[in-house]
Design a protein around this ligand. Structure first.
Ligand code: G1P
Length: 297
């Protein structure tokens, strides 16, 4: 029987330089979409998928992340005293049980694969999920939950996948697959950030993974890859050359690249429009902006 996926790694060691100067003192993952930090979306998605152990791979300057998941007894008491139960409930979604959350430091920025490998002792001999909080996915059924359900059928390693514009393939891990247009496809080959014009397809890896302990072992023998970094894509691709299954999973949902300013702004608008208390005002404002813009053209 397949072991349940109960552990997830959140690689959050990146410097977030694309968001300087904000990220000079605020970790990128604490930046908010409407009123919730990026990391909260990732944690909620993991919880919905049955994750019980949360492993953060951090770096210097990320203590605000640890504080975010700590209890805030004074704030709770103040809200309780003022009878603000709704706010209290919202605050409590950030609470984590002691022992459910672990922080590991990646001491050098050697790449995503290296960051994941830093958690290897905590993963042990179990399957695990990886969530990249920059990729925010709006979906009726959270993306990782969709993947866990698919993984229960397939086993093997599984990566979230989505078609991207051909000119964008050099920014992603790209899959060469067989298995048609359905959600689950078998991966023949995967390449990290292929050079322009060399991508085997435009099916890109998106930041959700369910991986076997064997993928973790592959880090012992893979070398630096694209960009001179240790790549997670290469550790997963090594499975294929060793004859083990790797699947791509075309999820249902809309993905926002919150590692880029444009993606972050789009996500902000989309998540705000999804909120009853904000929709009408924001929609009115956007419509007005667009019509003024059109009239000016
Ligand atoms: C990482 C992965 C890449 C994947 C991407 C998805 O790249 O290395 O394979 O396609 O996330 O967002 P990064 O965006 O960290 O450079």
């Amino acid at each position: 029987m397949k072991k349940k996926v109960t552990k997830a790694i959140f690689p959050v060691a990146g410097l977030g330089t694309r968001f300087l100067p904000a990220t000079k003192s605020v970790p990128k993952e604490i930046m908010t979409l409407v009123d919730r930090p990026l990391i909260q979306y990732a944690i909620d998605e993991a919880r919905a998928a049955g994750i019980e152990d949360f492993i953060f791979v951090t770096s210097r300057g990320k203590t605000a992340l640890e504080d975010y998941f700590d209890l805030a007894p004074d704030l709770e008491a103040a809200l309780e005293g003022a009878g603000k139960t709704e706010l209290l409930d919202i605050l409590r979604t950030t609470n984590m049980d002691s022992g459910a959350i672990a922080y590991i430091r990646q001491h050098k920025p050697l790449g995503l694969g290296h960051a994941v490998s830093c958690a290897s002792k905590l993963i042990g001999n179990e399957p695990f999920a990886v969530i990249l909080p920059d990729d925010v996915i709006a979906a009726d059924k959270p993306c990782l939950q969709q993947m866990v359900e698919a993984y229960e059928e397939t086993g093997g390693a599984m990566v979230a996948a989505m078609e991207v514009a051909p000119e964008k393939t050099s920014s992603y891990g790209i899959l060469d697959v067989k298995g048609g247009d359905g959600p689950v496809v078998s991966v023949n080959r995967m390449v990290e950030k292929p050079k322009q014009g060399t991508a085997p397809s435009n099916l890109a890896v998106i930041g959700r993974y369910i991986l076997t302990p064997h993928v973790m072992q592959n880090f012992a023998h893979i070398t630096k890859g694209a960009g001179g970094e240790v790549q997670l894509t290469d550790a997963i691709a090594a499975e294929i050359s060793q004859g083990r299954d790797v699947f791509g999973f075309r999820f249902d949902g809309q993905r926002f690249d919150c590692g880029s300013k444009a993606g972050f702004l789009q996500a902000t608008v989309a998540f705000a429009l999804a909120r009853d208390e904000l929709r009408d005002d924001l929609y009115g404002y956007l419509t007005e902006m667009v019509s003024v813009d059109k009239a000016a053209q």
